[in-house]
Design a protein around this ligand. Structure first.
Ligand SMILES: [Zn+2]
Length: 64
């Protein structure tokens, strides 16, 4: 999953493993946010459930 750092605008990818962790977190608590750490500036970009639901595959995983 491609995302963009909210601090330095660096585009970076979340691995399937990271996406899996995020989905687990959001399934437990739909108001939770997943912290995606930027490889460049190390800031955490917070990803809400909505950010994952934009992808139909992840949306299905969240609904499962
Ligand atoms: Zn950054």
């Amino acid at each position: 999953m491609q995302i963009k750092c909210a601090f330095c605008s660096m585009p970076f990818a979340l691995s399937q493993e990271q996406v899996g962790q995020a989905i687990e977190l959001l399934k437990k608590d739909s108001h939770a946010h997943y912290d995606a750490h930027c490889p460049k500036c190390r800031h955490a970009t917070k990803l809400s459930r909505k950010a994952f639901e934009l992808n139909p595959i992840y949306k299905k995983m969240l609904a499962a």
